[in-house]
Design a protein around this ligand. Structure first.
Ligand code: NAD
Ligand code: ZN
Length: 254
């Protein structure tokens, strides 16, 4: 049953749910990073309204698609480099430290949960990490600076792997690309072990990621949704906080 409350009442209720929980899990989307200067996909003016995403098969098949993918990536890179963890990230790091949350499952690729002090093994990245690149064929790792230097000196041509000539791609999961097995397995394990599931800053429309809150709820966990817009799953939540993430989570920074 959904319960919509004003900000202070919502913060109080969230505090109670955390106090009653013995094992919580957070699940985050792009909304937790907007106050850090990284736009989300689906808000007005978000990335989605400017560019349709490049599908994985197109990236593999087409040099032009790879060139365009890297052009967009480098156009955004200054924002990613400059971003520091926000209040939401810091609150979740505190809750992990206090033993209230066992893991942070994230759809984000911006590395900000790690930078906020959540231990790396407790961050489960469902869509990879944009702070480095890999060869799609042999998995060799490449730093962004290396890719950028090749890209710029060739006038905007995406480079290939020096070992096997495979395509080099940012280490993120694109639309149409298989989900990473190990993070998916761990996310499922954490979801089913949790008695409280906090879905924060996600429109909850990207599957299979959005399946986790549903699984948690069906498994008996309490479900909290913090997002300033309505989401697909609001009707199933125990608490819906339709408000700014930083403002709502700031009191939980220890
Ligand atoms: P989304 O863009 O679909 O949804 C973000 C939601 O956050 C929106 O519903 C918006 O209303 C809400 N929101 C934004 N700022 C908020 C704030 N300050 N307070 C409260 N709510 C706020 O994001 P998604 O569900 O994460 O899916 C988009 C996909 O794009 C993800 O899978 C992710 O891989 C990728 N992505 C990642 C980043 C990042 O790493 N920071 C940024 C953009 C997109
Ligand atoms: Zn290779």
């Amino acid at each position: 049953m959904m319960l919509a409350l004003n900000r202070n009442a919502a913060i109080e209720r969230l505090g109670e749910l955390l106090a009653q929980s013995s094992r919580g899990v957070a699940f985050t989307g792009a909304g937790i990073s907007t106050e850090c200067g990284i736009p989300d996909f689906r808000s007005p003016g978000g990335l989605w309204t400017k560019n349709q995403p490049i599908q994985f098969d197109d990236f593999v098949a087409s040099q032009a698609a790879r060139d365009e993918a890297w052009r967009r990536k480098f156009a955004m890179e200054d924002k990613f480099q400059a971003a520091k963890p926000g209040r939401g990230h810091r609150a979740l790091a505190s809750l992990v430290q206090r033993g209230k949350l066992s893991a942070v499952i994230t759809q984000n690729i911006d590395n900000l949960h790690q930078l906020s002090g959540v231990p790396v093994p407790k961050v489960i990245e469902l869509h990879g990490n944009g702070s480095y690149a890999t060869c799609l064929d042999c998995q060799a790792r490449y730093e962004l600076d290396w890719v950028r230097a090749r890209f710029e000196e060739s006038g905007g041509t995406a480079p290939h792997c020096t070992a096997c000539s495979g395509p080099v791609k940012s280490a993120t999961i694109s639309f149409g690309q298989a989900m990473p097995e190990e993070p998916m397995r761990r996310a499922e394990e954490e979801t089913l072990a949790a008695d409280l599931f906090l879905a924060i800053g996600s429109s909850l429309v990207v599957w299979p990621a959005a399946g986790f809150p549903v699984r948690a709820k069906r498994n008996g966990a309490r479900l909290v949704i913090v997002n300033r817009e309505a989401t697909e799953l609001d009707d199933m939540a125990d608490l819906v906080v339709r408000d700014d993430i930083g403002d709502v989570l700031e009191p939980f920074i220890a």
